[in-house]
Design a protein around this ligand. Sequence first.
Ligand code: SF4
Length: 429
Amino acid sequence: MSDNETVLSNEHTPLFANESGPIKEVHAFWLAGMSCDGCSIAAVGAKNPSVEQLIHQQIPGLPKIILHHPVLAVEAGHRFMEPYYKAVKGELGATYVVLYEGSVADEQIAKDTGGYFSAMGMDDLGDGKWRPYPTADMLDDLAPGAAAVIAVGTCASWGGVPAAVGNVTGSMGVMDFLGEDYRSALGLPVVNIPGCSPIGDNITETITAVLMFLAGVGPLPEFDELGRPAWMFNETVHRGCPRAGFYEEGVFAEEYGKPECLVELGCWGPVVQCNIARRGALGHNGGCMNVGGICIGCTMPGFPDAFAPFYKAPPGKFISGTASRMVGSFIRPLRKISQRKGNMTNRWLKTEHIPSGWGHVEAPGVVMKTIHYFYKKIQSSGTPYHPSGSNQQRKLQAKSRSAMSDAIQRSGKRAIEAEPVSSTAKELG
Ligand code: SF4
């Protein structure tokens, strides 16, 4: 087996997957533009599914993925770059997708001064001349033949930090670079997985969903009008935030380290589309608000400028925060009353004594008991259920006892009626 075959075939990986579908094997070419490599770190931390599961074909129906990643590859130099060159020349002889991390710089700006911004490998200029191969040019060369182009992270999706105000490199997202008419060889526009960095599971899950579709074993995943996986990005952070209950009750943290809602410290969660609070950062752990941080809108196309300066309350907070405070000032005391009731056993209510060795708990007084009585009345109105009404309980129990004895009698009767039939059957037998 030649060196190249070792790189391209990956024959030693175990086969657990169902091999149905037209595409059996997909090369995944990772390219890095104006990037900090954070998206690579996020991807290798993914757990559901993990990169290992993808490359070892442990997901039924998923084609075998041969990953070419400059940081993860065992090969180096020309041996590592060769599959890229083959794909550029149309000589790979296999399906491939492009995964682009970081924003795409305007390499013409760099070329004008004789340099480059982001490059990988060498571009053969003929006559024995070579130059560093800008990843922007490589993206341009690989995109038309790719089954899919996936922008990994906010920089690749929208431009991100390198494209912020003062953008001297002319950085932009993959979508801007390839244009709105771009379609992959299999007809897909650019898929965007934003986040700075994205949740690792968002990266691997989207790649899996797209490849399942391309392999003909899954439906086309739903994307929104900006090419984001809709099932991950159609809800705001706020809707899945563990602190949303505090927001609803108008209780806001005044400093970090407190458990309440962080909107007054500059959280943009109510408007930002992201699933970090629900999914966590890594293996369902961590993730911005879950660990005490605010949302600074890193998944959004306007990031970072639209959300800067960070750590300053959004202007809309004045209206929504005041409304929450007003509603919360009514809701909180009412909830306290119901909570108090939920914290009592029937026995404690009867004995008016809570025998806790952990501290003194006041038994409900006359006023509280009266409130609870009417509360319970409203709660059980329109139903026969009334747990604290013993007469009602007795009636319900009597009713259920009579229903049971009726059922027993009916089944006894059926058994007697069935007897002659079975005796006849025995005789015939
Ligand atoms: Fe919403 Fe942010 Fe408050 Fe969470 S911390 S409830 S996302 S405003």
